[in-house]
Design a protein around this ligand. Sequence first.
Ligand SMILES: *Cc1c(COP(=O)(O)O)cnc(C)c1O
Length: 811
Amino acid sequence: MINIGKEEFKKAYLKKFLEIHGEELGEGNSYKKYEALGNLVKDYVGEKWVETTKKYNNSGEKQIYYFSMEFLLGRLLGDALLNLGIRDVCREALKDLGIDLGELESLEHDQGLGNGGLGRLAACFLDSMASLNIAGHGCGIRYKYGFFEQRIVDDKQVEVSDNWLRDGNLWEKRKQDKKEIVKFGGEVITEEVNGVMKFTHVNYEPILAIPYDTPVVGYEHETINNLRLWSAETVSDEFDFSSFSRGEFLKALEYKNSVEAISQVLYPNDTQYEGKILRLKQQYFFVSAGVQSIIRHYKKHGGKIENLDEKIAIHINDTHPTLAIPELMRILLDEEGLGWEEAWKITTGTISYTNHTILAEALEKWPIDMFKTLLPRIYMIVEEINKRYCQELWNKYIGQWDKISRMAIIADGQVRMAHLAVVGSHSVNGVAKLHTEILKKQEMKDLYYFYPNKFNNKTNGITHRRWLIKSNPQLTRLLKNTIGDGFIKHPTDLIKFEAEVHKKEIQLELAKIKRLNKEKLAKTILNTKGIIIDPDSIFDVQVKRIHAYKRQSLNCLKIMHLYNEILANPNKDMVPRTFIFGGKAAPSYYLAKNTIELINKIANVINNDKRVNEKMKVVFLDNYRVSLAEEIIRATDLSEQISTTTKEASGTSNMKFMMNGALTIATLDGANIEIKDEVGLDNIFIFGLQSQEVLDYYKYGGYSSYEYYRDDQRIRAVIDDLINGRYCSDKERFRPIYDNLITYNDEFFVLKDFDSYIETNSRVDDEFRDLYKWQRKCGINIAHSGIFSSDRTISEYATGIWGSELIYKNL
Ligand SMILES: *Cc1c(COP(=O)(O)O)cnc(C)c1O
């Protein structure tokens, strides 16, 4: 903890302001005030950062590297202040100077280098590793443009590039001297030298990888770990203008641009695989730079290459960084001169893999030709891995060619990254119990039977420091006052709150806090959307990526149906509801963009219909991102987690919501099941198909959405409303959604689940009327949310996957 009083802090801040800006603190220019505060915080962090690094170098403690193509960090200032233990003193000190800390925090541009859940998970894990004093570092790409900014224009999504570095990024530090070279293309010369095969990569194109380091501050500031993001540059970046003719100069510039393109943009697809060569380049670029720098650092501090797997763990977040496996092999074989067997033992001992999805369209497979041309030596190694692995398969499954080719790494002209990831690592984990079971019994059945001991479950989590303590200070205060502050270090201590939740005064307190957060969100909605909403209505929220499997469409049909009901029965007795949506669609995902437009059209019609406005309003909030999520989630009454059962691997926003005292309406999918097991059926609203039913439908068929349309008058009405001009004068506008649900037989069982969803929603309405009972349930959800802290998840990774004595000792 930083020990500093208010007066001292004020002095330090004023001094910093002067130092940075060359002028005294004055009126106006809040951004300058933010910069001064950020730089002051960075000074506090800096000393400890160096100390932590020194400690790691001296102790020989096992180092964990979390490789991820995405880190969705959001804003850093508030969390850094919190983890340094000076957020309150800072707030008070700035207040004396007439500055609002909240305002300064809100000026920071979100660091949005991720699509959604997967990237946010990586960010939560960094926070937990540092807070548990585990030597765990991030490795990824410093995209010049983060995930696109979403604007809603004429009810449609418009993508604007996210130029997040425009005003500078005070948290990062460029480490020119830690650069690496990554080699693309060329050929491999194979020769025998003294009886051993030697492989030399020639005529390659060298790319410079420059690391930018960001400190990851652990709670109470004991440990500062490192997030290292790589940026691509040309090897010789200096242009000598006079030495170029005009043609050559332009060519050189073009070349520079093509190199820098590698770290230019984040691919905006989360669950769709894109077989683009630039994406493969990105993957090898950061993985190669990352592995090279780990080994360089390790050897520099006296590490022996034979012990690498005892001292280093590399974890790959999904298959995107799978090339870490052949890259580590390459270094061990070609640069360190180890034999295959030894190199393979070290590599598999070092690497572990998390699977994130069973959606077939998300599985990465690279065409052999593309792979081989771009990465000739890496391809040779993958070929050899495949050859040896298939030999083992052959020994066990003699003559079963179909099975072997199904299980192979290379087949049908493609390299299957998921198979490479399983074969080349010692641990494969799913992200929730159901997901892991489906992996073992279904998606990766053959691989599971071949390697039963590699497979394990690690249910996802979220950092309660950002998602509760920082984003919901009022609730945090209530918790501290009732159960003490033990839950900050031991989130499962939140269970103590269960003994309090039957008390009327606690229920009232919870209601008061929720109401306060709802008022704040209502203000934001008025300011940004111009829509007036009622803070006493139920805030019914679905915020997440827009995707058919997440079924925003089901929510839409519910709202359309409710609208019909109120018009038919103006005296319908119901609690007013505000339906809030947020989320980005992949720019190329037509159906998802159509869904966004539908939500906005529904909102236009309903919000302008005086006959129903007392009872319902619909809001689509633009540009859903981490900072907006923090504001929305704490203000939510009802959390919508309504994916088609089996399709959401885990979900993490479900956990954020429960921790902030929202009740969940959910299918038995992903981690919703574990939330239900924690809080009990009385404290969650469960509906819809069960996983076995869904799996059977996919396997045996037998579902006809048309029958539901034909037989259920409520469904017929809302489906017809999609194409009769009710919500858009262009009747064909929502034909894609209509076709998806009717013509193409509703792949995600929206109509099948409609009835039980509607029925469950009316139960929500009933329950909400009893404020005390509702808040008791919210309290039970909060009390049981501790096991969904990523501190629990990371402890499990540390002991179950990365295992080392030092890590055990730390926990
Ligand atoms: C938590 C989070 C997600 C993941 O949400 P799911 O509902 O689990 O898909 C996506 N985006 C942001 C900004 C988040 O904070």
